[in-house]
Design a protein around this ligand. Structure first.
Ligand SMILES: [Zn+2]
Length: 65
């Protein structure tokens, strides 16, 4: 996706977390993935890579217990 940024330059929208192509602007920040919270009216952006890292950490924590 190409966007016009706040400084009026045109460029690709990239995820604020991982730098991949962004798909949605949520709360003023761009994210590479979209999820819906209770239906399509509540679309939210999130970073796939950030979430994956978090899940990996939780898995490791559970395995060590
Ligand atoms: Zn991302």
């Amino acid at each position: 996706m190409t966007i016009i940024k706040e400084d009026k330059r045109v460029g690709p929208a990239i995820c604020c977390k991982c730098g991949d192509d962004a798909k949605i602007n949520h709360g003023g920040k761009w994210y590479c993935a979209i999820e819906s919270d209770m239906g399509v009216m509540n679309l939210k952006g999130f970073c796939i890579k950030e979430r994956k890292n978090k899940n990996d950490k939780e898995k490791k924590f559970k395995q060590s217990n």
